[in-house]
Design a binder for this molecule. Structure first.
Ligand code: NAD
Length: 283
């Protein structure tokens, strides 16, 4: 039987691939308790097959639910619009940490966590080695961090000029680097696709969204894989620095924004959300 978070009432915002997976795990556990906020008609799914008794018609009803933990698995705009209200009442697991690339949103959410005494959790998602990265950052030994994400063109949900770049890449065929540079400007252009990079920026606050290097690659030759490469470089003498490179190849359904194993990573993250007080916590 699936292990349910002990003594925690969990609400899920977003009922797509991740939301349905987490809801299924919660409902299989003891004691199951959860609600799902409908997606106000955006995208497909809304609360789909969820029982009507589990649906919350309006997020303003949140205080009445006595929920302990709200999990966002929808879109970064949810945190922008509702994050402060959520943190006034409950811990908040932010499945789309690209929201934090907006300095004003980050400031407001950190402030709300401190005021309300609730924790803003950032799940590691597909980021491998995040504890090692966080330790190096804390010790001041992390000099550089680069995250390269490679997916098939149909897995991208892009905005602005990056959409045109992708269309040109698809027309040309073959592998194409869509973006290479600092992470911060990439986040609003690929809000659903670079959350793993955003988790890296949270793990390494000294580098942050401006210091972490991002590389986004479209490759039609990997239609059902998400590949995340993390390159860590320590401070040190020229040519004598510690370098660690990891490559995570995760099977994914064609067109999905989330790879299969990342669903399990999210469940493990949810289980780790046991209340750490008014701070930001990787989980
Ligand atoms: N942190 C990470 O490493 C990581 C990894 C995978 C996915 N994610 C993020 O988690 C989120 C969900 O992933 P998924 O695979 O379930 O995606 P999905 O596309 O399968 O599902 C998203 C759901 O949210 C709903 N939705 C979209 N915009 C909404 C809005 N403004 N308000 C309310 N509902 C809205 C959609 O209708 C859909 O039901 C995405 O933002 C994705 O980028 C993060």
């Amino acid at each position: 039987m699936a292990e349910a978070p002990r003594c925690r009432r969990v609400g899920i915002l977003g009922y797509g691939q991740l939301g349905q997976f987490l809801a299924g795990r919660l409902l299989a556990g003891v004691p199951p308790w959860g609600w799902l906020w409908p997606s106000s008609g955006r995208g497909t799914g809304a609360t789909g097959g969820a029982a009507p008794s589990l649906r919350l018609p309006d997020l303003r009803l949140l205080p009445q639910t006595e929920v302990d933990l709200v999990v966002e698995v929808a879109h970064p705009c949810v945190a922008r619009e509702h994050g402060e209200d959520i943190l006034a009442h409950a811990d908040f697991m932010l499945g789309s940490p690209t929201a934090l690339a907006d300095p004003e949103t980050e400031r407001r959410l950190r402030g709300a966590a401190a005021r309300g005494g609730h924790t803003l959790y950032v799940p590691r998602g597909a980021l491998w080695g995040c504890e090692d990265i966080a330790r190096m950052d804390e010790a001041g030994t992390l000099a550089a961090l680069k995250v390269t994400m490679t997916k098939a063109p149909q897995s991208f949900r892009l905005e602005g000029w990056l959409q045109e770049r992708l269309a040109a890449a698809v027309a040309a065929g073959g592998r194409a680097v869509l973006y290479e540079g600092p992470l911060r400007p990439l986040c609003p252009l690929a809000p659903n696709n670079v959350n793993t990079m955003a988790a890296a920026a949270v793990a390494a606050p000294r580098l942050g969204f401006d210091g972490v290097r991002a590389c986004l690659v479209a490759d039609p030759n990997v239609p059902d894989w998400h590949i995340v490469e993390v390159e860590v470089t320590s401070a040190g003498d020229e040519g004598r620095a510690l370098r660690v490179t990891s490559t995570r190849r995760n099977p994914a359904a064609p067109g999905a924004v989330t790879g299969n194993a990342t669903r399990d990573a999210f469940w493990s993250s949810l289980l780790a959300c046991r209340g750490h007080g008014g701070c930001v916590q990787l989980c």
